[in-house]
Design a protein around this ligand. Structure first.
Ligand code: SF4
Ligand code: SF4
Ligand code: ZN
Length: 134
């Protein structure tokens, strides 16, 4: 189950990341310090962005430069590779609030066969291996 704190400033739901869902050397999510966090997420320009720290919500949608080049690049990569849009997520959070967004996410990323949490990074269930149509 994803929690509010697992939603990264860019709109990524870390609760559906392979890094978070794996058992060994787990990443606790973008907003937490942990050993398991990969270097590219530790060094991510977005979480370390000076403008982000000045926002009230600590989400990119509150930034005057939103959506900046870096965010658009990340969004494009995820849309192409994983069929998921961070900017779309941010727009939804802005519209319906973080609580409702997390509630929807918890329904959206469930394996219909076994009920386990799906990972955005895999087109099959990590638990029962059922393939998903993406
Ligand atoms: S690896 Fe990155 S995207 Fe995945 S849970 Fe950790 S911070 Fe989030
Ligand atoms: S949208 Fe704003 S806060 Fe987010 S990474 Fe870009 S410049 Fe930083
Ligand atoms: Zn399953």
């Amino acid at each position: 189950m994803s929690k509010k704190a697992l939603i990264a400033p860019c709109g990524m739901n870390c609760g559906i990341c392979l890094g978070y869902l794996r058992e060994k050397n787990r990443c606790e999510g973008c907003r937490f310090y942990c050993e398991g966090k990969p270097e590219y997420c530790k060094k991510c320009i977005i979480i370390n962005c000076a403008l982000l720290s000045q926002t009230e919500s600590k989400f990119c949608y509150d930034c005057p430069k939103y959506p900046c080049r870096r965010l658009k690049q990340l969004d494009q990569r995820y849309k192409t590779k994983y069929h998921m849009s961070m900017i779309e997520n941010l727009e939804t959070i802005k519209k319906i609030g973080l609580d409702n967004f997390v509630e929807n996410e918890n329904k959206r990323w469930i394996c219909p066969s076994c009920g386990a949490v799906r990972s955005v990074h895999r087109d099959f269930c990590l638990l029962c291996k059922t393939p998903f149509n993406v």
